[in-house]
Design a protein around this ligand. Sequence first.
Ligand code: SME
Length: 144
Amino acid sequence: MEEKYKLVYKRLEAMVSMEHDLIANMANVAALLHETFGWWWTGFYRVDGESLVLGPFQGPMACTRIPFGRGVCGTAWERRETIIVPDVEQFPGHIACSSLSRSEIVVPIFKDDAVVGVLDIDSKELSAFDQTDAIWLEKIVALL
Ligand code: SME
């Protein structure tokens, strides 16, 4: 796990040093994470006024807008912190874009101390994410 994250981080660090476009970089972050770890859904939502709007992702079609404070994504935005959900059925207000998602991690992305988006990853397995994922994914989104 750590080894995979180290390699992914190195590749993404090199990529963002050569490209400044946020959408292009988000697209490749989603692609590389998804391919490396084989998750069910890996992607971004960007802050757009009072809601999050769907950004680059890999996986099945997803909800396009999530209001501030709603679902796991909107809650991570409101709390300004990473949220790990071992069982989505136990998270009040979880938004089920796909009924196959069982666990989830959402990592906020900061620019000048404001949340500008979130990285949302869903797994078909229960308890797929832990603190190791949180630490590495926070490092990865900080590259953006
Ligand atoms: N489950 C998320 C919604 C986004 S989709 O899973 C891609 C949530 O509750 O925020």
